[in-house]
Design a protein around this ligand. Sequence first.
Ligand code: 5AD
Ligand code: SF4
Length: 454
Amino acid sequence: MPGSKKVHVKTFGCQMNVYDSERMTEALAPHGYQPTDVLEDADVIVLNTCHIREKAAEKVYSELGRLRQLKDERGARGLATAIAVAGCVAQAEGAEIIARAPVVDLVVGPQSYHRLPDLLLRSQSEGRRLVDTSFPDEDKFGKLPDREPNTVATPTVGHSAAFLTVQEGCDKFCTFCVVPYTRGMEFSRPVDTLVAEATKLVARGVRDLTLLGQNVNAFHGEGPDGRAWSLARLIGRLAQIEGIERLRYTTSHPRDMGDDLIAAHRNEPKLMPYLHLPVQSGADRILAAMNRKHTAGDYRRLVDKIRRARPDIALSTDFIVGFPGETEDEFQATLGLVTEIGFAQAYSFKYSGRPGTPAAKLEEQVAEDVKADRLARLQDVLESQTRQFNAGCVGRTFQVLFERHGRRDGQLVGRSPYLQPVYAAGDPGLLGRVMPVEISAAGPNSLTGVIRAV
Ligand code: 5AD
Ligand code: SF4
């Protein structure tokens, strides 16, 4: 009976998975599945998984252990529960998941999840466990239902910030990375479908749009003129949509930071002064072994150019420590780069060998304790830079877009232009609005302030 069944999608990993989870939830709605936050109530549970590091991938199996119990408990009450594994672990491990985890009914990869409703129906009617990890020729985005305003209570409904996947996949083949294998080759969505989707999101109340792609600045989607449009051009077009107040994009590769995109940071007022630009290492030999196709010097020059265009830009980055063969001197070069550039925000990880990637086969793997030590030292420096960046915001007034209620009564939470969460006391009517906020205090990961009258 339509509307009587419930689905719970649990997301692991990156923002693209957050986006995919919403699309999966929406795809199931016309088949009578309403989203629920309560796991025990769900007739269908989808785990949308991440394969980027071993730790991320392992989470799936521990989660499946818990779900087995839940499925049994519901079974004892006469309720059937279908369990699907989606996302990048599904893609990488496919049928292995079915063999290893009897609780799983369905495995569906990131390029075939538009078939989820169909697969679910088939698996239920045929009583079979199914795997679909193909890279179909059809564009899954074209096969998914349109994003109607406010028909399904997905996480972005009622929120003023949303993600929009504009590009997917990667053919850069960094030697540590699973993405080319799990997400496939680079693909950019056509501009008109993105404009249509952004317009629908605006009708849901979205004001702040983050354009997503594993290699977002390599975007080259077909424009309405039949030509390939750059990300800068797409940003210019989306900025014209009334109701969109802020645009961001992530994740970028240093090699694809085109001059027009850099110029957009100067010329497009809706483009926020924040850029996530992973560098991974400060040592040229390691960067070459990673197949990054840029040197530390290239990165420094690029940052100079971006800062000339937008002096106040907040830079964020990713690092991997303990890549095979990394020496202490090479690690020091990474610390040197951090000190020189100064990041507002950074993510850093111990190298994790991923099956099927070239670096996993290298002989000189770095010992676990050395990796742990380097990570701790790097994170010390990075965290102090973030604290310093946040402390420098005290006394300034930022335009803050309020997105949700805070934990405390009467408290609202929004984002500064530099993506920092900002807490302030305010009327709930201010949700979805941009307000000037004078920053009064800075924590390690957030700011607190007072809303000023406009
Ligand atoms: N080991 C550790 N970190 C990794 N990343 C990607 N692959 C690996 C790996 N095998 C990190 C990179 C990337 C971020 C999303 O995850 O820093 O930018
Ligand atoms: Fe994880 Fe990469 Fe897949 Fe995102 S695309 S879920 S980071 S493996």
